[in-house]
Design a protein around this ligand. Structure first.
Ligand SMILES: Cc1cc2nc3c(=O)[nH]c(=O)nc-3n(C[C@H](O)[C@H](O)[C@H](O)COP(=O)(O)OP(=O)(O)OC[C@H]3O[C@@H](n4cnc5c(N)ncnc54)[C@H](O)[C@@H]3O)c2cc1C
Length: 404
């Protein structure tokens, strides 16, 4: 095998999470290959927002800043949100968060997934120790002579002692390592679209809990909103197929007219929602990060943020081990990463799932309790501040890259 195809670590998947790990390992003495099936397209500033956007927490932003990628995101387009308003369609309960209450300029940013990814990739251009293979899907993995070999679809073969699966919920790396997953389908699809409303969004992220699932309006810098409507798969299919005018009307009604009439919509797409957690995050020579390790309900916009913290934590563990002359592919080293992240992710997943169930229930005592709970929490500033800190990704044991 030639030296050009042998690395210390292969990262399979160059999405937001895999690219974060590659950046975090850039400029180190580790030789890293990033393998991605399809490159994202750089948007022009005046073109419509892509349907796939994410609410990026303060902690993730800090990671991007430390990696030198945040400027590239801002130069394209990021949309800050300063307030958050959450209410229940079946009662009077509501809660309002304001960044000013905790002395912050904003609670987070809405950013297109492709903008996050491109800005991270841009940063990799100057990293001599990271080779990017794209478009290059990893077709097969095998173990031989203490190495893991990845065969790419174009026939090239790369090898390393460590392979990181950042290849999303259907992870091939996870399947190769025979790591089982636990979880369930939510019997909901997340319908996404970009819409214009009659009233301004006031840089507020809005979420209304309907009996069929939450409906979120996320503010974009051009005055539009990106919506995520979690609802029954048949309903999502109907909404997707509707004429634009009929969809706008149904959306406005479902949102209780909070932002007036919905005047304009983009085409729509829908994604099946599931909770999925890998039984373990590591095996000999293997580590899983991001959606390869866990998928959560999008209701609190935490999915990719957990993955960014996985990437920053794994990089810290690997760089510390390498500096101490330890084998970065050994189970002892990789388990440090698993111990660090798995408990935190599990807690977040349980909280998201609990919310989903609490707000999905039509059982009247629960309905009453959640409305009373929202109103009470809204009045208790320590409880609110704790929730805001968690939502901004400030809770738990943060990796160095995420600390302010
Ligand atoms: C409707 C919806 C709304 C959401 N909103 C939010 C939100 O507001 N905030 C938030 O934090 N999260 C949100 N999420 C979740 C978020 O989108 C995911 O957590 C995130 O995309 C996971 O990133 P990832 O890099 O781990 O995986 P992915 O985004 O799935 O990326 C995996 C990458 O691996 C590549 N790949 C896969 N297989 C191979 C292979 N064999 N060879 C080479 N490359 C490969 C793919 O091309 C892809 O680029 C939302 C999800 C949905 C469905």
């Amino acid at each position: 095998m030639s030296e050009a195809s042998q690395f210390d670590a292969l990262i399979v998947g160059g999405g937001m999470v895999g690219a974060t790990l590659a950046c975090a390992l850039a400029d180190s003495s580790l030789r890293v290959a990033l393998i991605e099936g399809g490159a994202p397209r750089d948007p022009r500033r005046d073109e419509p927002h892509d349907l796939r956007v994410s609410a990026i927490t303060r902690a993730s932003r800090q990671v991007f800043t430390a990696l030198g990628a945040w400027e590239g995101m801002v130069a394209r387009r990021v949309s800050p949100f300063r307030e958050m308003q959450v209410w229940d369609a079946t009662g009077a309960g509501e809660i309002h968060f304001d960044s000013a209450e905790i002395g912050e300029a904003e609670l987070g940013h809405i950013i297109e997934n492709r903008v996050v990814q491109i800005a991270l990739w841009e940063r990799l251009r100057n990293a001599e120790n990271v080779s990017v293979f794209c478009p290059a899907a990893c077709a097969r993995l095998r173990r031989e002579a203490g190495l893991i070999h990845a065969r790419l679809e174009d026939g090239r073969e790369l090898s390393a002692r460590l392979v990181v699966g950042a290849d999303g919920a259907q992870s091939r790396v996870r399947q190769f390592a025979h790591i089982p997953v636990h979880g369930w389908q939510y019997d909901q699809h997340g319908l996404v679209a970009t819409v214009r409303s009659e009233l301004p969004h006031r840089e507020t992220a809005w979420q209304r809990f309907l009996p069929e699932g939450p409906l979120a309006f996320l503010p974009l810098h051009d005055g539009r909103c990106s919506i995520v409507w979690s609802t029954a798969p048949e309903h999502a299919a109907r909404l997707q197929a509707m004429e634009d005018a009929a969809f706008c009307e149904e959306l406005g009604r479902a949102f209780g007219g909070k932002l007036g009439r919905i005047e304009e919509t983009s085409a729509r797409a829908a994604f099946p929602l599931r909770l999925q957690h890998a039984e373990c995050y590591v095996a000999a020579g293997i580590a899983l990060i991001g959606d390869a390790a866990h998928s959560v309900h999008p209701l609190a916009g935490q999915g990719v943020n957990l993955g960014i913290l996985d990437a920053a934590s794994l990089a810290e563990v690997l760089l510390d081990a390498h500096a101490a002359n330890k084998d970065i592919a050994s189970l002892a080293v990789l388990r440090r990463y698993e111990r660090w992240r798995k408990g935190h992710n599990l807690l977040m997943m349980a909280a998201m799932d609990g919310f989903k169930r609490l707000f999905g229930s039509e059982w009247w005592p629960l309905r009453g309790a959640r409305n009373a709970g929202l109103t009470l929490t809204n009045r208790l500033s320590p409880a609110k501040q704790l929730i805001m800190a968690q939502a901004m990704g400030r809770g738990g044991d943060l990796p160095r890259l995420a600390r302010l």
